[in-house]
Write a protein that binds this ligand. Structure first.
Ligand code: SF4
Length: 286
């Protein structure tokens, strides 16, 4: 059955876990497991609308819904949707692709936040779940299971029963970028989503960033929220840790970790033991 979304024709394919048929990109509110949006969720089409819709989101659920339908960055919208329709990896050619921004995944009351870079074209952009469907995610979720944050070692896709305890995962940029390289403007456009996420998560005491872009994104969001940030700007490094202080005096730990990208894990720049050690340290309060 052909339907239209974003001006183009798509074909429905069976979800790899539930077998239900979905368009690519997935239409909001059509039954995709974990889809936070409905057909009525307001859509941001400019960076100004991102700021307004982020600021007026009353809770995390509403924020994630609005994020998941955002269309504010024309280059990224075109890329994520073209991959979903025509650019699928051959091994996933018979699967529907989420093709929308990645909402956060994990425990909504988590005291620990993991901040990544951006969805991968055939990972989150396919499955709709952070770090799911590629080797980066395989590496990360195995470690989250070893360290007690996840109930199973694998993340296949929405509907597979995976639950995180005490931890939630977000990205600095919510749409898959070409060559994993968002522009400065795209990073700036997406930052209000992260900023509001931090505002709506006052229980978070520790933030771990995977890579330097996440590190810079958190520092930018923290400054925008008038958190005290050390000067000069702390540089990202593996196992680097700095303390940020919110206006209400509450301290938040910022911890760096090398990204779980194949480039880092295949070369052993980041080993399972290194990642486990950082993850185990996250339960300590500042
Ligand atoms: S990158 Fe962020 S701001 Fe840009 S379209 Fe995606 S969700 Fe919206």
């Amino acid at each position: 059955m052909d339907r239209t979304y974003g001006g183009s024709v798509s074909t429905r394919d069976p979800h790899p876990v539930t077998g239900e048929l979905f368009d690519s990109p997935v239409l909001p509110g059509t039954g995709w497991p974990g889809d936070p949006a409905s057909p009525d969720t307001p859509v941001a089409r400019t960076s100004g609308q991102v700021r307004r819709l982020a600021a007026s989101a009353v809770d995390l659920a509403e924020l994630q819904a609005r994020i998941s339908v955002c269309r504010a960055c024309p280059r990224l919208v075109a890329w994520r949707e073209s991959v979903a329709r025509e650019g699928r990896r051959a091994s996933f050619a018979d699967q529907p692709y989420w093709g929308r921004p990645g909402p956060s995944f994990g425990d909504p009351m988590a005291e620990i936040l993991i901040v990544g870079l951006a969805p991968a074209a055939n990972g989150t952009n396919r499955t709709g779940r952070m770090f799911t469907g590629d080797s980066s995610g395989d590496f990360l979720y195995a470690a989250l299971h070893r360290t007690g944050f996840a109930n199973q070692p694998t993340s296949i896709g929405a509907g597979d029963g995976l639950r995180l305890n005490g931890i939630r995962i977000v990205a600095t940029v919510r749409c898959a970028p070409p060559a994993n390289a968002p522009t400065a403007q795209e990073k700036a456009s997406c930052l209000p989503w992260l900023r509001r996420d931090l505002e709506l998560s006052p229980q978070v005491h520790t933030i771990m960033t995977l890579g330097g872009i996440g590190w810079d994104g958190v520092l930018g969001a923290a400054r925008a929220l008038d958190w005290a940030v050390p000067q000069p700007k702390p540089k990202f490094a593996h196992a680097q840790e700095v303390e940020l202080v919110r206006p209400d005096g509450v301290a938040v730990r910022l911890v760096g970790c090398y990204h779980v990208s194949p480039h880092n894990t295949f070369t052993k720049r980041l080993t399972p033991a290194m990642l486990d050690e950082v993850l185990q340290s996250l339960r300590s309060r500042p």
